[in-house]
Each structure stands twice: as C-alpha cells, then as structure tokens.
Design a protein around this ligand. Structure first.
Ligand code: NDP
Length: 245
C-alpha cells in the first residue's frame, strides 16, 4: 500500500480530468493538496468536496504560461502546509491539426502550456526542494511522448520534450534526494479533446476516444509513484486502455 499520508502535493491543471481526479484520490489517502488552474470557480468547488470528505486542500488561480503564477502556487503549499513534497506538472492542452493548416498560434500555445509550463513549475519548486533536501517532480507526458501521430506534430513534440527534460533533470538531481517521474497516459476520458478546433481532427479523435478509460487509473499510477519509500524512484509509467495499440 502506497504511503501518501501527510505529503503535500501541488497540482497544476487541477480543475478537471486527470488533475481533479488525482487531487481527490491523493486527498482521500491523507495528502494535503494545492490546486492550481485558471478556472478558480472549479477549484473552489473541488476544495469544498475534498474538505467535506475530511481532506485538506487549498486553491490558487494559476496560468502555467506565467512564471510568477507558478511561484505563487508552489509557495502556497509552503504557506498553507509548511512544505512541498511533490509538484505534479499536469496542466496541458492538445489543439491537434495537420501542420499544413499552419495554426501557428496553436503551436505557440501548445509549447507555452505543455513545455514552458512544466519548466516554470520546475523553476518554482527546485529551489524549495533543494532547501528541503527532498522533493518529487511528477510530469505528465503522454503516449504521444514516445510515439508520433499525424495531426499531432506539435503536441507530440511537446510531450517528447517533457520526457527529455524530466530524464535530464533526474540525472542532475537524483543525488540530492529529489525524485522524478514521467507519467505517460494513453486515451483517458477527460475534457482534453475540447482544445481541438480543427473539425476533421476533432471528429477523428472522438472516434478514437471511444476506447478511453477513467482518469482514476492515472491517479492510481501517480499515487503509486508518490507512495514509494524515499530511496525508490519510479521513473516512468505508461498507462493506456488495454485495447489501445
Ligand atoms: P483536461 O482538459 O480535463 O485538463 C487539462 C487541465 O489543464 C485543466 O485543469 C486546465 O485548467 C489546465 N490548463 C490548461 N491550460 C492551462 C494554463 N494555461 N494554465 C493552467 N492550467 C491550464 O485534460 P486531461 O486531464 O486529460 O489533461 C491533463 C494532462 O494529461 C495534460 O498534460 C494532457 O496532455 C495529459 N494527457 C491526457 C491524455 C488523455 O487522453 N486525456 C492522454 C495523455 C496525456 P484550466 O482550463 O482551468 O486552466
């Protein structure tokens, strides 16, 4: 049984899908959770749900494309609960389209949220982890971080980057008692598809997502990684529907 009790976990993208489900699951297992996303109303509702269930949570409005927002989010963990054990860099968008559509603004947004957002999270938490002498980065990549798919060039690029950044970080900070984990989900039922504005691609994805499974399996994988003894690193977990090829 994973030991989550008393851990302080900061979560980006906690307003829906994998982030919200993981927040509830970890709080149920005794973690104090710090919830970040832009939709603060959703976070406030989630805090109420967690507290009603006997858990501990605080919410902070956070846009991961703004470096200062991540500083405020991570520091909120220290302020509210005295430390930060885990930063779950989970916020992400997936506005897929063929490259020939030249949706360059969406390419920019994808890199800003999925790559720079993760880097800003690392920049905010790393000094705190170094000072504490412990910490754990959990970065959410994707099966699109180990494979490529037509219409997903920039999304795949962003998720491959998350894997490369996390593995390099692991090599640099392992000796400092700072752990890293990359989570690579397959098709999961969430709101992620709503960020696709290219009609044909949105329809193709909707067909593919009929096999999608509940975000609870990702929450369970994250809880497993967090709950291992301090001298055990869980570096990569791929979780996808058993029928996904
Ligand atoms: P959702 O769309 O349900 O959740 C995405 C979350 O990211 C929301 O909470 C959203 O909050 C947040 N977010 C988006 N942009 C920003 C921003 N600029 N600043 C802060 N938060 C932001 O999708 P998922 O739960 O599926 O996605 C979570 C992660 O899982 C993503 O990194 C995604 O790439 C990854 N993933 C998902 C898969 C799936 O099949 N669902 C498969 C593989 C990976 P708000 O809008 O309130 O800011």
């Amino acid at each position: 049984m994973a030991d989550i009790q008393g851990k302080v976990v900061v979560i980006t993208g906690a307003s829906s899908g994998i982030g919200a489900t993981t927040a509830k699951a970890l709080a149920k297992q005794g973690a104090a959770v710090v919830l970040g996303a832009r939709r603060k109303d959703r976070l406030d509702t989630l805090v109420k749900e967690i507290e009603a269930d006997g858990g501990r949570a605080v919410a902070v409005a956070c846009d991961v494309t703004k470096r200062g927002d991540l500083v405020v989010l991570v520091e909120a963990g220290v302020k509210a609960f005295g430390k930060v054990d885990v930063l779950l860099n989970n916020a992400g968008i997936m506005p897929l389209s063929p490259m020939s559509e030249l949706r360059v603004e969406e390419w920019d947004e994808t890199i800003d949220v999925n790559v720079k957002g993760v880097l800003y999270g690392i920049a905010a938490a790393l000094p705190i982890f170094e000072k504490q002498g412990s910490g754990h980065f959990i970065n959410v990549s994707s099966v699109a971080g180990i494979r490529t798919f037509p219409s997903a060039a920039v999304y795949c690029g962003s998720k491959w980057a998350v894997g490369a950044i996390t593995e390099t970080l692991r090599q640099e900070v392992a000796a400092k008692n700072i752990r890293t984990t990359v989570i690579l989900p397959g098709a999961i039922s969430t709101e992620l598809g709503n960020s696709i504005h290219h009609q044909e691609t949105a329809e193709a994805l909707a067909g593919f997502l009929t096999i999608a499974v509940s975000p609870q399996c990702i929450a369970d994988a994250i809880a497993f990684a967090i709950g291992q003894p301090a001298n055990v690193g869980v570096h990569e977990i791929v979780v996808r529907p058993s029928v996904q090829t």
